[in-house]
Write a protein that binds this ligand. Structure first.
Ligand SMILES: Cc1cc2nc3c(=O)[nH]c(=O)nc-3n(C[C@H](O)[C@H](O)[C@H](O)COP(=O)(O)O)c2cc1C
Length: 261
């Protein structure tokens, strides 16, 4: 049996589903039939979301989770530019916990980010435990310091005081995005960037922490403390919290090196 059925009596034969997905729909003069199988259907949901007569039922997807889109909603390009240009990596946080429901909302939202082949195999480890984060941060800092010893102070000058938490900056939450070992990290990075932007709408700041990613890949001690399942590998790390400082301006960037051909 096909994974998809069509309520044929209400189908207007517009053929949009066939045009979108010739692998899983067949059209004849008076009928469209769905032929979707496990190995042909990517569970992308496009057929259901495109159908103007709502006659497509996907039996492996939650048909209650296809909310109608408000097509009148307009996103102003200038406001969006300001939103993107206003994002900063935040390294100074208020000592304030993030409500669990807000973290859960971010986790839920990034399910809707794209994944290669619609695999949806990114997972997230969220660590709110202050002591555990302090341990991971300390191990990571020690590993990084071995690789990149801090610059020596000039004679007669005193070295700057050590920063209290140079890896996680005492952020109240850490999100570790991971994927199967045989997958590339792209899906995790896209999920993480979706969280970065969504977090801003909740007045949260974020910062990628490549140092932990690097340390995890190269230090047994760090891997033990993070404790991911053996078949998973880190794709991206974020810290999150309420920013202590308010940026009043956007920042300059190099021009994009682009070739138009
Ligand atoms: C992949 C990646 C890894 C990063 N790793 C770290 C990190 O380990 N520690 C840190 O303080 N900042 C880290 N950052 C933040 C960058 O330093 C920051 O994005 C850059 O300086 C530009 O600043 P902005 O994000 O405020 O525009 C990372 C950013 C990216 C994209």
């Amino acid at each position: 049996m096909s994974l998809i059925s069509i309520e044929t009596e209400n189908c207007n034969l517009c053929g949009i589903c066939v045009e979108r997905c010739a692998n899983n729909f067949l059209q004849s003069a008076d009928e469209i039939t769905a032929t979707a199988r496990e190995d042909t259907c990517a569970l992308c949901g496009h057929c259901v979301a495109l159908c103007p007569t709502d006659v497509i039922v996907h039996h492996q997807m939650d048909m209650y989770n296809f909310p109608a889109l408000d097509r009148k909603l307009k996103f102003d390009p200038d406001q969006f530019e300001e939103f993107v240009r206003g994002r900063r990596s935040i390294r100074s946080y208020k000592k304030k916990k993030i409500p669990r429901q807000d973290l859960a909302r971010l986790v839920d939202l990034c399910r809707y980010a794209p994944t290669g082949g619609n695999k949806q195999d990114v997972e997230i480890l969220v660590i709110e435990d202050e002591e555990r984060n302090a341990r991971i941060s300390k191990l990571t800092a020690a590993f990084i310091a071995e690789l990149y010893p801090p610059p020596k102070a000039d004679p007669g000058e005193s070295a700057p005081p050590p920063r209290p938490d140079p890896i996680f900056y005492k952020a109240p939450a850490v999100m570790i995005f991971h994927q199967p070992k045989n997958s590339g990290k792209t899906d995790s990075v896209i999920a993480a960037q979706t969280v970065v932007l969504a977090a801003m709408t909740l007045r949260l700041g974020t910062c990628y922490i490549g140092f932990l990613e690097y340390a995890w890949h190269n230090s047994e001690e760090v891997r033990e403390e993070v404790n991911l399942p053996d078949d998973r590998t880190i794709g991206s790390v974020l810290i999150l919290g309420y920013p202590k400082q308010k940026y009043l301006r956007s920042v300059d960037r190099f021009p994009m090196n682009v070739r138009w051909e």
